[in-house]
Design a protein around this ligand. Structure first.
Ligand SMILES: N[C@@H](CC(=O)c1ccccc1NC=O)C(=O)O
Ligand SMILES: [Zn+2]
Ligand SMILES: [Zn+2]
Length: 215
């Protein structure tokens, strides 16, 4: 029984107990609740997670105290035409990656930087995004950028220059995608953050559909 209909791709990271998170953030935990084996009428569980676990979206409030929380971001921003781009190795995703790509670009850009499908430990060595890339993508019509990295800024950044470029341009961020095995090209993105209110972001289930299946 296939997980998804033909042509659909799950680009979400699996969420096992103790999934590693950003240094200082607790890992995802899934702990038992009720157990039928102990006489309860049902089995239940309790999930404890960072808003930034694995595949997740950042609301602008994550990086600006006067910016929208997740419930204030229209869901349609996470749904529709996108372009998956394979990025050459390096420390930062640079604007040169966009040369040779269509102008205007599709409204959503998903960056595959080579991150594996599973993080056994937190990937401290990941590609961040150069703020100039964000500005050039915005100039060419992009409204959302997703990455397989756990952040658009380097692990040790205190100034969060990339996040602030997203704030300045109004682009949205998806981090921790699982783009391993996804061919470059045009698709339709369905990215559904948990409907939490008053938060800085949320874990999301993201899939790709063949291009054109949605307006
Ligand atoms: N995925 C997050 C990582 C992050 O910034 C973060 C996550 C949890 C706790 C602290 C964080 N950042 C800096 O302290 C992000 O880049 O948006
Ligand atoms: Zn994040
Ligand atoms: Zn972020």
């Amino acid at each position: 029984m296939p997980d998804l209909p033909a042509g659909f791709l799950d680009i979400s990271r699996a969420l096992p107990h103790n999934h590693p998170n950003w240094p200082g953030d607790p890992p995802l935990t899934i702990t038992p609740g009720a157990r039928m084996a102990q006489g309860d009428s049902v089995n239940t569980g309790v999930i404890n997670t960072s808003t930034h676990t694995a595949t997740h979206v950042d609301a602008p409030w994550h990086y600006a105290d006067d910016a929208p929380t997740l419930d204030q971001v229209p869901l349609e921003r996470y749904l529709g035409a996108c372009l998956v781009v394979h990025v050459p190795p390096g420390e930062f995703v640079r604007a040169e990656v966009l040369s040779g790509l269509p102008d205007p670009l599709p409204p959503r850009l998903l960056l595959y930087t080579g991150q594996p499908a599973r993080w056994a430990t937190f990937p401290e060595d990941f590609m961040a995004v150069d703020p100039a890339f964000v500005h050039e993508a915005a100039r060419r019509g992009v409204r959302l950028i997703g990455t397989d990295s756990p952040s658009v800024d380097p692990l040790t950044s205190k100034t969060l220059d990339a996040h602030h470029a997203f704030l300045d341009t109004g682009l949205l961020i998806v981090e921790g995608l699982n783009l391993s095995g996804v061919e470059p090209g045009e698709y339709t993105l369905i990215c559904l953050p948990l409907p939490l209110s008053g938060v800085d972001g949320a874990p999301a289930r993201a899939v790709l559909l063949p291009a054109g299946l949605m307006p």
